[in-house]
Design a protein around this ligand. Structure first.
Ligand code: ADP
Length: 261
C-alpha cells in the first residue's frame, strides 16, 4: 500500500512539474513575440522620419543645382529640420525609457515659476501650429522645486498629443491654477477621446489605443510619451490625471506640488 501511495505522489509531482514547464514555456514564447513586435515597431517608427529625410535631401540636392530654385531649397530645409526633430524625439524617448528602467534618471531640480514655464512652452509651441492653443493662466507665480527641462518636455508631450489626436483646427485649451498646495495644469482637447477600457493602460510603456490609430490615420509614435510624462510627474511628487470620453475629447491634468511661499 505504501509503495502505491508513493508512486501516486511521484506521479502527481511529475504532473505538476510538467504543468509548470508548459506554463513557463508559454510565457517565454509570448515574451519573445512581444519583444519581436516591439522591435518591429521601433524599427518602423525610426525608419519613417529617415525615409522622409532622404527624400528631402535628394530634392534639396536637385534644387541646389538650379540657382532659381533657392527659395524652394530653403523650404525643403525647414522640412528636413522637422524630420530631424521627430527622429531626435523618438531616440530621446527610447533613451529616457532605458534610463528610467535602469534607474539612472536624475532630475535637476531648482526653484522655478510654473506659470512662466507654461507660458514659455506655449510661446514655443505656437510657432509650429496653425490654430494656437487658448490659455487661461493665473496671474501670480506658482513656484515649485522642478526640473525645468523635464517639465517642459511633459507639457510639450501632452500638448502635442492634444493636436495629434484631434481633427485639424479643433480648439485646444490650457488652464493653469492653484489648488491648495498644488498647481494644476490642465490641457483639454476636443479630439477622438479614449474609451474607458483603455484609460488605465495609457501610461504603460509602448501602449497605444488600437482604434485611435485607425480613426486618425496617425501612425506615428512609440507609445512612450505618456509613460515618460507619468514617470517624470511622479518623480516630482505629483500625478497625472486623465478624463476622457470617446468621440468627445480629453483633459490631461498635471498636478505638481508647490513650494511654500
Ligand atoms: P504615442 O502618441 O506616441 O502613441 P503616448 O504615450 O503619448 O504615445 O500616448 C499613448 C496613447 O494614448 C496614444 O497612442 C493614443 O492612443 C492615446 N492618447 C494620448 N493622448 C491622447 C489624446 N489627447 N486624445 C486621445 N488619445 C490620446
Amino acid at each position: 500500500l505504501q509503495t502505491r501511495q508513493l508512486r501516486r505522489q511521484i506521479q502527481e509531482h511529475q504532473r505538476s512539474l510538467e504543468q509548470q514547464v508548459e506554463q513557463r514555456t508559454q510565457e517565454l514564447v509570448a515574451a519573445h513575440a512581444a519583444k519581436d513586435a516591439l522591435l518591429r515597431l521601433v524599427a518602423h517608427e525610426l525608419a519613417s522620419p529617415l525615409t522622409s529625410l532622404k527624400g528631402r535631401i535628394q530634392l534639396l540636392d536637385l534644387y541646389l543645382q538650379q540657382p532659381e530654385s533657392l527659395e524652394k531649397g530653403r523650404h525643403i530645409v525647414g522640412g528636413i529640420n522637422r524630420s530631424l526633430a521627430r527622429f531626435e524625439r523618438l531616440v530621446q524617448d527610447l533613451q529616457d525609457t532605458h534610463h528610467l528602467q535602469a534607474q539612472h534618471f536624475d532630475l535637476q531640480r531648482t526653484r522655478c515659476d510654473l506659470v512662466e514655464v507654461c507660458r514659455q512652452v506655449l510661446a514655443e509651441f505656437r510657432e509650429g501650429v496653425k490654430t494656437a492653443p487658448l490659455a487661461e493662466i493665473v496671474d501670480e507665480p506658482l513656484e515649485g522645486d522642478i526640473d525645468r527641462q523635464r517639465i517642459s518636455q511633459v507639457l510639450l508631450n501632452v500638448l502635442s498629443n492634444a493636436y495629434k489626436y484631434s481633427p485639424q483646427g479643433a480648439p485646444v485649451m490650457v488652464r493653469v491654477w492653484q489648488e491648495g498646495k498644488q498647481a494644476v495644469i490642465a490641457i483639454q482637447d476636443h479630439g477622438v477621446g479614449i474609451a474607458a477600457e483603455h484609460l488605465s493602460r495609457l501610461t504603460e510603456p509602448f501602449y497605444r489605443v488600437p482604434e485611435i490609430q485607425v480613426q486618425t490615420g496617425s501612425q506615428t509614435g512609440l507609445g512612450l510619451g505618456l509613460y515618460l510624462v507619468r514617470m517624470i510627474v511622479e518623480q516630482h511628487g505629483g500625478r497625472l490625471e486623465v478624463q476622457s470620453q470617446q468621440g468627445q475629447g480629453s483633459v490631461f491634468s498635471i498636478v505638481l506640488p508647490l513650494l511654500p511661499v
